[in-house]
Design a protein around this ligand. Structure first.
Ligand code: DX5
Ligand code: ZN
Length: 221
């Protein structure tokens, strides 16, 4: 799987116009809606939950919704996001008491499952669950806020994650999240990522002259 997918993080969208913002980035060519869920416990910020995911589905969003759960504990919210129409559900291994069980819960609900690695979290969490993940997400910032700078050590970690995925022979996406910009995305792709989350770089680049507001920035990516 070598196609590249762009996943705007709605953390940086205008929440007062969220449905319209999501419609616009998708009409501009984005592939996935990255939906950041923060609980003011696992991370020091508070965002949106399953009701907002469900509202986007009711609004008419048919694109994949990628729920990035930065919450502890995770298991109960997994069920809520399955019911709310998420497509991918990813969580941080440190936030789950039983990682294998949480991955299985996601898959049993018909969603794609992923593990998220903070900058200092070792990839060894993958050792015994490679057959249960559809996505590996490497955080290239510490989670909690948009607009931070890409941590360069992520490039080497991406190469290691890419080698693990290729060695497994499995159909697993390698996603990167944090500080992804037009001027570093090529290097990040060369390191092995195939799915790119970008929040501030996308939603900060809205242009009124673009038919959907985000055509130029998505094209630049
Ligand atoms: C951070 C979130 C990211 C964030 C990325 O904890 O997981 O998805 O929105 O924002 P940017 O692209 O601005 O770094
Ligand atoms: Zn995220």
């Amino acid at each position: 799987m070598n196609d590249f997918l762009i996943a705007p993080s709605i953390l940086s969208a205008d929440f007062a116009r969220l449905g319209e913002e999501v419609d616009n980035v998708l009409a501009s060519g984005a592939d996935i809606v990255h939906f950041d869920v923060m609980d003011n416990h696992y991370v020091p910020n508070l965002t949106i939950g399953p009701m907002v995911c469900e509202a986007l589905r009711k609004h008419g969003v048919t694109a994949p919704i990628d729920a990035h759960l930065m919450v502890k504990p995770v298991d109960r919210l997994i069920g809520d996001f399955i019911d709310a129409g998420a497509s991918y559900i990813t969580f941080h291994p440190e936030a789950s008491e039983h990682i294998d069980r949480s991955l299985q819960l996601i898959r049993d609900g018909g969603c794609k499952a992923g593990l998220v690695f903070n900058p200092a979290t070792p990839l060894s969490y993958l050792d015994y669950v490679m057959d249960k993940v559809d996505m590996v997400l490497l955080m290239s910032v510490n989670p909690g806020f948009g607009g931070q700078s890409f941590i360069p050590a992520t490039l080497d970690k991406l190469r290691q994650a890419r080698a693990r995925i290729d060695a497994s022979g499995r159909d697993i996406r390698l996603q990167v999240d944090g500080g992804v910009k037009v001027d570093n995305i090529a290097e990040i792709a060369r390191a092995g990522a195939d799915t790119f989350v970008a929040g501030s770089a996308v939603f900060g680049a809205r242009r009124d002259e673009d038919p959907h507001g985000y055509d130029s920035i998505i094209a630049d990516f």
